[in-house]
Design a protein around this ligand. Structure first.
Ligand SMILES: [Zn+2]
Length: 215
């Protein structure tokens, strides 16, 4: 028998080094999430999708975990309803969870429920991860709007578009108590995904899945 390290031991050594490198990368990820700078966000996203290893799961924001589980939490400011749900496992969207989300984000004036764009949910999950918000829910000011509700609101306010993406379940107005509105706004802009509107007086940020634009 030889005392020379086996190939298996070499492999283990390599794995330890790789894990050390991973720990450094995780520190970088934490900094990126705090900084919210564009380039750092890119790093965070790259790490979020590039590495799949159980050891780093605890370092990951809940919505962008390496196991691909995507989770969202909402509180509807009009109805008081709240929801905290895993809506996607890897590429598989969970039908029951999507239905619960559609319901919480319904037109609270008319009661109409409409399918919410899955891409919007994924944007929100990314946003939540960037904000490092833990279990905090998004407070929802407006999700889906029926044609009648939107017509009523746009007649009352110049800030409501007549062909709003809220009509298609592709837009949401949110805030997150405990996180400055400006921070939510900057993080949403950094994703370069869809439209982002800042409504300081009404204290919410609009996010949609239309083309990339800002106001
Ligand atoms: Zn809106």
């Amino acid at each position: 028998m030889s005392n020379a390290p086996t190939r298996r031991q070499f492999v283990r050594g390599g794995l330890a080094l790789a894990q050390t490198g991973l720990a450094l990368a995780q520190n970088g990820l934490a900094l990126a999430q705090n900084g919210l700078a564009l380039a750092q966000n890119g790093l965070a996203l790259a790490l979020g999708v590039g590495v799949s290893r159980p050891a780093r799961a605890s370092m990951q924001a809940p919505a962008e975990r390496a196991d691909g589980i995507a989770r969202l939490a909402f509180l509807n400011t009009h109805t008081g309803e709240s929801l905290d749900v895993v809506y996607r496992e890897g590429p598989r969207y969970l039908t029951d969870a999507l239905g619960e989300i559609d319901r919480v984000l319904r037109d609270h004036r008319s009661g109409d429920v409409h399918e919410i764009d899955r891409a919007l949910l994924d944007q929100l999950a990314r946003l939540r991860a960037l904000l490092d918000a833990g279990q905090r829910p998004f407070h929802v000011i407006s999700g889906y709007r029926s044609p009648r509700t939107n017509a009523m609101l746009s007649a009352r306010s110049s800030g409501v578009a007549t062909r709003s993406l809220h009509l298609q379940g592709r837009a949401i107005d949110i805030r997150m108590p405990g996180v400055a509105l400006g921070t939510v706004h900057r993080a949403a802009l950094s994703m370069q995904a869809g439209g982002v509107g800042y409504y300081a007086r009404s204290d919410f940020v609009h996010v949609d899945t239309g083309r990339v634009r800002r106001w």
